[in-house]
Design a binder for this molecule. Structure first.
Ligand code: GLA
Length: 387
């Protein structure tokens, strides 16, 4: 992203002075979908697309003057007024200011202008990129950088929960804050332990195909999925007072079968997907260590099937892109992120790449009247101060 571009807008829309510039990326996820809020494993990495913001204290007690460069929209608000702004993009700034304050950062009024090149609604976590970028800025401007990376991750997640209506897990904010160039990360969302995995599969590329069906998690069936999982855990816990059951991570296949009739088929299928996905992430880790990309790809297809048929977060267009990948002999392909639109992530052999992309564009355009957008994945660094 272009620093000078962001700076020129910051200068133009405020008082001509410059501030500090911060950047945070969006993310991909190789495998482990809807496992984060179930205490399972995820396998994300940060990408070379994200959000860049210029920020500067403005001398007021609590007035935030915010400009979205992409939307050409200016919103000024007092973050202590108890309501916050209505514009959905500005609520991320509002939420982060309050959450960072809760962490002991003496946040005061500031000016901010920001822009992004991570596509919105593509399942690449543009919202987490905003949260972690703004958190990084406030930590630096007002907090002496005393807030830890994990606390910034949690502040981003709390912003989603408390001000944006999405009961998300921690994968996206984690990836955006902790990302490192060239490395994926395996995170255990229960213990929060994680490991960096260098990812440079010889002979393969990771590529995203954006269906251009915009996904929107706020007020969406995303929260319903989470409720289903929690409901199954509640039923299992009631049957087994001797055990501790916090999330589906603590539950076995047998226990799930025991409550099948009482929780109903929909919740059963959703929990069934999550248990399978938990196992798949571990299988993918082993396969990666062994350099066995065929198995990695096979698991990706299994995840897609589960997300489509059991978890029901796919859509016609994403299933169509997945079918094309299969027909072309692509090693692995699946929906990435929350679902309901956005991208597929594809593990493609180098020599198949060109013909796959050409076929996907042609067939998708013939059916839906528009080509999918193609993004090569470049695994990059997490949140940082640029200057
Ligand atoms: C969204 C959420 C994440 C995660 C994914 C699905 O991206 O923000 O916490 O649940 O969906 O894996």
């Amino acid at each position: 992203m272009d620093i000078e571009f962001v700076r020129s807008r910051f200068i133009k829309h405020f008082d001509g002075k410059t501030g500090n510039i911060y950047a945070s990326p969006g993310r991909i996820n190789l495998i482990g979908e809807h496992t984060d809020y179930n205490g399972g494993f995820v396998f994300p990495g940060a990408v070379d697309k994200g959000i860049m913001a210029e920020m500067r204290p403005n001398g007021t007690e609590s007035t935030i003057r915010a400009y979205s460069i992409d939307l050409k929209d200016r919103v000024d608000f007092d973050f202590h007024d108890g309501q916050g702004p209505r514009a959905s993009w500005a609520r991320y700034i509002y939420g982060i200011a309050l959450e960072m304050e809760k962490l002991g950062v003496p946040v005061k009024g500031f000016n901010i202008a920001f822009a992004g090149d991570v596509p919105l609604g593509a399942g690449m976590s543009s919202s987490a990129a905003m949260e972690s970028c703004f958190a990084c800025g406030l930590n630096d401007l007002f907090g002496d950088n005393k807030v830890s990376k994990w606390d910034m991750v949690l502040a981003g997640q709390a912003t989603e929960h408390n001000y944006c209506g999405v009961n998300c897990g921690i994968m996206d904010q984690f990836a955006s804050v902790f990302g490192q160039a060239g490395k994926l990360m395996r995170l255990d969302c229960r213990s929060r332990e994680f490991e960096y995995f260098p990812f440079n599969p010889k002979g393969y590329k990771l590529v995203l195909l954006n269906s251009c069906v915009k996904h929107e998690l706020a007020g969406s069936p995303y929260n319903d999925r989470r409720n289903s999982c929690e409901n199954v855990v509640k039923h299992i816990a009631a049957k087994h007072p001797e055990g501790t059951f916090e999330t589906l991570r603590d539950c076995t296949w047998e226990q799930l079968e025991e409550v099948r009739a009482e929780v109903g088929e929909e919740d059963y299928k959703r929990a069934h997907f999550v248990l399978g996905e938990k196992d798949r992430v571990l299988a993918v880790c082993d396969a990666l260590v062994a350099g066995d990309y065929e198995t990695v790809g096979k698991k990706m297809y299994e995840t897609h099937d589960g997300l489509s048929k059991e978890y029901e977060v796919s859509c016609e267009e994403l299933d169509f892109l997945n079918d094309i990948a299969k027909e072309c002999g692509v090693t692995g392909s699946r929906i990435m992120g929350g679902g309901f639109g956005g991208c597929t992530i594809n593990l493609v052999k180098d020599d198949l790449y060109d013909s796959f992309i050409a076929t996907a564009k042609e067939k998708y355009a013939a059916k839906y009247g528009k080509e999918p957008k193609v993004y090569d994945v470049i695994i990059s660094d997490g949140s940082r101060k640029i200057c």
